[in-house]
Ligand binder design. Structure first.
Ligand SMILES: Cc1ncc(COP(=O)(O)O)c(C=O)c1O
Length: 399
């Protein structure tokens, strides 16, 4: 090992520790659920998982993964076009396309992989990408890989800025507007009706990554497109299977049959990396079917979110508003957010603090994420812990 490089790494890590921004991994010994056993803290309530519908430990979802493993084995030991597509991949992709109302779908090992595989494949020389400045890192990195395209960032959900940038581009140029459906750090929804309207006016292609909206927003959990009633008016949808839809891993792109065919031909993670594990495909397929057959899970999630946000307000917190299942509480400095989440954990509540560079300095936050599986008694306990810690830290407006 190169001694100078090792010293540089150690120095950098010491700097993070001194600044109070060093992240520690927590080790769970039980499945993801409203309550888990953590090696470092014992039994804790979880209000920071993307397990929105509570399907991560659902017996049918687990069993479907096990059944796929038994049927197909561990995998094909190959990328898909060589010899790596099982029919469970096709089944899942057909179901994704049908559920979200698109012509076709393609799975990836993660939504990170989907976004970084999609964007550079279609945003080629002579095209332009217009990307919301608060888009997820996987979109940012996907845009970075599209080295031949013109890349523009518009101010967060600022439709005047987006329009000005669209108007400045040649009319005949292919343009892609790309946005999160639900912004993961704020919990706000993209202004999709206006984005779609601008795209139609300026002949642009719309791409929505609805990772935090899938299974959460819209009457039946079909996401932000359903929430706004914009079915058939968004060109491309990407999403994750690693949150509401089972929570294991995996991502997907939905679009036209030609788009999906082009991704099979040219998208680099498809050409040079193995398929989604069939265990995950089996679990995700079952999760998708559960979403279809149990739309009441989405109602429970929505009601839990509404209740918890309202109760946080009642005890003196100022959570951000929103229609998704993300409830951010802005607390200021990164070190403060991390210290606060540490205190919450000591009292038995697992909620992560986020700071710079994930969010701008000075806007560090505790990000509460709701789950349909959380019982009212568990939410009351979580609220009690928030009350104690908020009073200790002098955070509450009405303590
Ligand atoms: C908007 C968005 N896109 C993509 C991802 C990445 O998803 P995955 O874990 O499937 O790579 C996330 C995960 O945090 C996300 O919030």
């Amino acid at each position: 090992m190169n001694a100078r490089f090792e010293r540089a790494l150690a120095d950098e890590l010491e700097t993070l520790k001194a600044a109070g921004t060093y992240k520690r991994l927590r080790h769970l010994t039980t499945p993801m659920a409203p309550q888990v056993h953590m090696e470092e803290a014992g039994e804790v309530l979880v209000l920071s998982s993307n397990n929105y519908l509570g399907l991560a430990d659902d017996p049918k979802v687990i069993e479907a993964g096990v059944a796929a493993l038994r049927t197909y084995g561990a995998g094909t030991a190959s990328v898909r076009f060589i010899c790596g597509t099982f029919n469970i991949h096709r089944e899942l992709e057909e179901e994704l396309a049908r559920a979200f109302g698109f012509g076709a779908a393609l799975t990836y090992v993660s939504c990170w992989s989907a976004n970084t595989g999609l964007i550079p494949t279609i945003a080629v020389e002579g095209t332009a990408i217009l990307s919301d400045e608060l888009n997820h890192a996987s979109i940012i990195d996907g845009c970075r890989l599209a080295t031949q395209a013109k890349r523009l960032r518009y101010k967060h959900s600022d439709m005047m800025d987006l329009e000005a940038r669209l108007a400045a581009l040649p009319r005949e140029m292919t343009k892609f507007i790309i946005s999160d459906g639900v912004f993961s750090m704020e919990g706000d929804l993209a202004r999709l009706p206006e984005i779609v309207e601008l795209a139609e006016r300026y002949n642009a292609v719309t791409i929505i990554d609805d990772s935090h909206g899938t299974g959460v927003t819209g009457k039946t959990g079909r996401g932000t497109i359903e929430h706004y009633g914009l079915e058939g008016r968004v060109d491309i949808l990407s999403g994750t299977l690693g949150k509401a839809l089972g929570g294991a891993a995996g991502g997907f792109v939905c679009g036209s049959a030609s788009l999906i065919d082009m991704l099979i031909q040219r998208s680099r993670p498809q050409l040079f990396s193995n398929a989604l594990p069939c265990t995950v495909a089996g679990s995700a397929l079952e999760a998708l079917r559960t979403l279809e057959s149990h739309p009441e899970l989405v109602d429970t999630l929505r009601e839990n979110t509404r209740w918890f946000r309202e109760r946080l307000r009642a005890i003196g917190y100022r959570p951000l508003d929103g229609e998704a299942a993300i409830i951010p509480i802005i607390v200021g400095e990164t070190a403060f957010a991390i210290a606060m989440s540490e205190r919450l954990l000591q009292r038995g509540l697992f909620v992560t603090g986020f700071g710079y560079p994930v969010v701008p300095e000075g806007t560090a936050r505790i990000r509460v994420q709701m789950s349909a599986a959380l019982q009212r008694s568990q939410l009351e306990r979580a609220l009690d812990i928030f009350g104690h810690v908020g009073r200790d830290l002098g955070l509450l407006a009405t303590a």
